[in-house]
Write a protein that binds this ligand. Structure first.
Ligand SMILES: *Cc1c(COP(=O)(O)O)cnc(C)c1O
Length: 389
């Protein structure tokens, strides 16, 4: 164990299973450890560094803002926060945005919006939020309750009441449960991330939208991992042709600084009023300046490249020995491997490629602008490691 790892063990809370790598610097999609060893980053800090590390455009945007105004709180108006909200609304057709600092906080806001909307419109007994099994919505007590995975729940009872999860892609069970429970809202990831890179079916998502509209239930899409170009569209719900009432996002939005956003449409835009919700750091000018620079670059031509890179990886892994299939959309991919994903990822670290896992799969979330040469090199290494006996 390195000295850094010993100090980490001693002083940092033991909440993470870390890989034994001491990382000191990075350039784009290349990362270097304390011995100067080079790694290709196929995880981008769990889908956060949308343009890699040290991207010059992003660094310039953040640095310029840092030199001007770093933080003033939400008691005053600041340009980057307004500009980011404006951009998010222009690009999605949503109408209003609340800013927090993380994915969990974005989802907390979404849940509050759904509950208040339903309580005012239908009555206080309409508070339940329906989510999907194998979902992941965050680590706060309410977003844990929303997360449909028992493993995360058991040590933290009682969680926030009023959440129920149903199997993904089973519209009839969802409808029946939502009606029985007098649901306020439904919260889904169109591509489940932590739950194992599961792409929801078109029939399910479109049927869900029709049902929510008919019953006036708030449809919330969690785009924390899938958002901001990750799947080859700006937001993953756009693959389905639906219009959610609330969209939460974070991770890639800030490009490496903490930010979360909760977007509301015509139906939900006026639910929150002064005093209902807040966040001291929310809309911080430096984080927003970084996010503006990320969003401004996610145009159609760039998103087409993300799709093309995703297609390249799928093709590279098709029929590769030891890889049984590839799931996902764009640059959010899950490899079904013959061997346990955890072991493969350890071997890949040794061979200079940083990958993630999601349940039983190897999960790939490279920077959206990863150069083709690095993508090719990483794909070759992954194929050879997966093929080894
Ligand atoms: C990561 C993630 C979250 C939680 O985000 P934090 O920033 O860690 O709070 C919520 N939902 C999804 C889909 C995620 O992938």
């Amino acid at each position: 164990m390195s000295l850094l790892q010993e100090r980490d063990q001693k002083y940092v809370a033991h909440t993470y299973g870390r890989f034994p790598l001491d990382l000191v610097r990075a350039e784009g999609s290349l990362v270097y450890d304390a011995d100067g060893k080079r790694y290709i980053d196929m995880g981008s800090g769990i889908g956060v560094t949308a343009f890699g590390n040290g991207d010059p455009v992003w660094v310039a945007a953040v640095s310029a803002q840092l030199g001007k105004l770093q933080h003033m709180s939400n008691l005053y108006y600041t340009e980057p926060c307004v500009r980011l909200a404006e951009l998010l609304c222009e690009k999605t057709g949503m109408k209003r945005v609340f800013f927090g600092n993380s994915g969990a906080e974005a989802n907390e806001c979404a849940i509050k919006v759904a509950r208040k909307y339903a309580a005012e419109k239908k009555g206080p007994e309409h508070f339940t939020i329906v989510t999907l099994e194998n979902s992941f919505h965050g680590r706060t007590l309410s977003t844990l309750a929303a997360t449909g995975q028992e493993v995360f729940h058991k040590l933290f009872q009682p969680l926030t009441p009023g959440f129920v999860s149903v199997p993904a892609d089973d519209l009839e069970t969802l409808k029946r449960t939502a009606l029985e429970q007098k649901a306020a809202g439904v919260l889904v990831e169109c591509v489940q991330g932590e739950g194992g890179i599961h792409v929801l079916s078109k029939e399910f998502v479109q049927g869900l939208e029709a049902f929510c509209r008919e019953e006036d239930i708030v449809l919330m899409v969690d785009e924390v991992q899938t958002g901001n170009g990750r799947t080859g569209k700006l937001y993953s719900y756009m693959h389905y042709g639906i219009s959610p009432d609330v969209v939460s996002t974070a991770k890639g939005l800030g490009g490496g600084l903490p930010i979360g956003a909760c977007l509301m449409n015509e139906k939900t835009m006026d639910v929150l009023v002064p005093g209902d919700h807040g966040s001291t750091y929310g809309g911080n000018p430096v984080c927003c300046a970084g996010a503006v620079s990320v969003l401004e670059r996610l145009d159609d031509a760039f998103l087409a490249e993300v799709e093309a890179k995703g297609a390249f990886l799928r093709k590279a892994f098709a029929d590769a020995p030891g890889i049984e299939g590839v799931d996902g959309l764009g640059l959010m991919l899950g490899l079904r491997c013959a061997k346990p994903a955890g072991e493969l990822v350890k071997k890949l670290n040794e061979r200079g490629v940083l990958c993630l896992t999601a349940k039983t799969k190897i999960r790939l979330l490279p920077a959206l602008n990863i150069p083709m040469e690095l993508l090719e090199e990483a794909a070759e290494t992954i194929k050879s490691v997966c093929a080894e006996a």
